[in-house]
Design a protein around this ligand. Structure first.
Ligand SMILES: [Fe+2]
Ligand SMILES: [Fe+2]
Length: 167
């Protein structure tokens, strides 16, 4: 069994902050849960990693399907690349689940850190555009978001394909 409890992983666990707020209540609440699950996976003990990953996969699957439906139902113009990124993330999560099942804890720990770096960027670059679109459709204007302060963001280079964007 491959085991490396916290070895060479020093990215701080992701903590929700209002810098991630978009102004869409449903999406913001789901993001808050997802950020918490990513942070928990980053700090999970080896023996708890499978449960942490399972919970993350379940929530991410549900959340992505909600966003995908919102994009399709409202004919969001930039939906294709956004939906493809969701699919790539789920594919990676499922692949790591299979690796973890045969003892590769290190890859799961690595994935957790990569997700912590990817998630705030995904919110900022893709989900924010969707939130603006939905708000404009409903209210005719961009959402107004009041942020009280920032507590956590993470930016690192990525090794998983879902984080690579065409330039
Ligand atoms: Fe999202
Ligand atoms: Fe998204």
């Amino acid at each position: 069994m491959v085991s490396s409890q916290h070895a060479s992983h020093d990215l701080a666990p992701l903590v929700w902050s209002d810098s991630m707020l978009l102004g869409h209540v449903g999406i913001d609440e789901e993001h808050r849960v997802l950020a918490d699950l990513i942070g928990r996976m980053q700090s999970a003990r080896d023996e708890d990693m499978a449960l942490a990953l399972d919970e993350l996969v379940a929530h991410a699957t549900k959340h992505f399907s909600v966003e995908n439906a919102l994009m399709r139902d409202t004919a969001f113009p930039a939906r294709d690349c956004h939906i493809k990124e969701h699919e790539a993330v789920l594919s990676t999560l499922n692949g790591v689940t299979r690796r973890l099942a045969v003892g590769h804890v290190e890859i799961a720990r690595c994935l957790a850190d990569e997700l912590a770096a990817w998630f705030p960027a995904h919110i900022q670059h893709l989900d924010s555009a969707l939130s603006h679109w939905l708000c404009k459709l409903r209210y005719g204007a961009k959402p107004l978001v009041l942020r009280m302060g920032r507590t956590s963001t993470a930016e690192t280079a990525s090794q998983f394909n879902f984080m690579r964007r065409p330039t």
